[in-house]
Write a protein that binds this ligand. Structure first.
Ligand SMILES: [Zn+2]
Length: 410
């Protein structure tokens, strides 16, 4: 393999900045919601660039786009990369679109170097990853991965009642290809980290091992509303006191297990009046861990904490587990390809686990997958101030290219 093959940093950066004009916001971010005219414009530009780079384009029934650079043997399953081109309403210039344009840059760089691969190489766009306009994030990669069916995806509606199916037709991206069943030899996704670890540890490349499993809960504690003055402390049934001890216990659970996250992020106190003892408190719990058995244990401890708090404070407890996402473990060969690439190119790197969800999680269910992370400023994303350096962006793309080459010649 050519040892010094690198992505063209200036060209990749310029493509990112040109793409960021589509849906640019005053504060320097991007608002490019799924299947809007802006999403169409961004897709059209990507397709134009890919065609100029000699690719053939395929679009499936949920609007996922695959741009293929032919290999020596086109009967073999391709090596695919990609991410999403839609954004949050107050999104940044890198989340998702970096992974799409890094794919294009790999193709352009291979063209420049006149490198032929054994397998075809593809850059892809996955529809509606963010889930902000049409609820259910990562819905199109989810259909591809067999988690949702096509009808479910096409029928997702926005607040005006427009469905993904209608909007795909309107912008011309309701393709003919079936969703899924398309063999992929290996899948890679480059993404900004969306967390502070790489920046803090001064590493340029995150070798993503997988993603945290998640368990979401809704808890209601009910006591007795009563006047804050005449009611003595010893006979109170204060739902807020129960909830507050759970909040502290959940935080302790998060600290107790290595690599765990535990958050109470939403609390509603009723009647929420300064001189009434809270009669009812509703709150959510979000538990995350890279291993499902540990996550289950965390869930049990969280439940015990709720029961203990309810008993001690004379409260009625309603405890509901509303969502379980198993932990993602990426493919060993694909992780290794990323690790080798980072080492051979001389970038500083570290293994890392994604706390956020990504299209790769669902694609990993039907094809060997892995991800490459690069640092983002302050670990901030889903924000117009989201930022990354051209050097890190190019480093991630060079690692992607090398990993793809390794798998494309296997
Ligand atoms: Zn993203």
């Amino acid at each position: 393999m050519t040892t010094d093959l690198r992505a063209n940093s200036d060209r990749l950066w310029k493509s990112l900045m040109d793409m960021a004009k589509i849906g640019a916001t005053e504060k320097g971010g991007v608002c490019r919601l799924a299947l809007t005219d802006l999403d169409k414009e961004a897709r059209d530009l990507f397709v134009k660039w890919c065609k100029e780079a000699g690719c053939t384009i395929t679009v499936d029934k949920i609007g996922n786009v695959f741009a293929r650079r032919a290999g020596k043997d086109n009967t073999l399953a391709p090596v695919v990369t990609g991410s999403h081109i839609d954004s949050q309403p107050t999104g940044g210039k890198f989340d998702g679109v970096y992974g799409v344009l890094a794919g294009l840059e790999v193709i352009r760089s291979l063209n420049d170097a006149k490198i032929e691969t054994r397998r075809p190489i593809e850059a892809s766009i996955w529809t509606n990853e963010e889930g902000s306009r049409f609820a259910t994030a990562m819905v199109a990669s989810g259909i591809f991965g067999g988690v949702f069916d096509l009808e479910y995806g096409l029928s997702r509606a926005d607040l005006d009642g427009k469905t993904m199916g209608e909007e795909l037709k309107r912008i011309g991206y309701a393709g003919d290809e079936p969703v899924g069943g398309r063999p992929i030899h290996a899948f890679f996704e480059t993404h900004i980290e969306q967390g502070p670890i790489l920046e803090h540890d001064k590493k340029q490349i995150g070798i993503v091992q997988g993603g945290l499993g998640q368990r979401w809960y809704e808890v209601t504690m009910t006591g007795v509303e009563s006047h804050a003055g005449p009611t003595p402390m010893r006979i109170r049934k204060d739902a807020m006191v129960g909830a507050s001890s759970v909040i502290t216990a959940i935080n302790k659970i998060g600290h107790k297990f290595e690599n765990a996250c535990a958050t109470v992020g939403l609390v509603q106190c009723m009647p929420n009046s300064r001189n009434t003892i809270p009669g009812k408190v509703f709150f959510t719990m979000d538990l995350r861990h890279p291993f499902d058995d540990v996550l289950e244990k965390m869930g049990m401890e969280a439940k015990e904490a709720c029961e203990k708090a309810a008993n001690e404070n004379g409260l009625k407890l309603e405890f509901k587990e509303i969502w379980v996402l198993p932990a993602t473990h990426f493919n060993k060969d694909c992780i290794k390809a990323v690790e080798n690439a980072a080492n051979e190119l001389g970038f500083t790197s570290m293994p890392i686990i994604s706390g956020a969800g990504h299209d790769s999680f669902y694609i990993n269910k039907v094809a060997p997958a892995a991800m490459v992370f690069v640092p983002c400023e302050g670990g901030i994303s889903h924000n117009e101030i989201e930022n990354a350096t051209p050097e890190d962006i190019a480093a991630g793309c060079s690692v992607l290219m090398r990993a793809m080459l390794e798998r494309a010649n296997s």
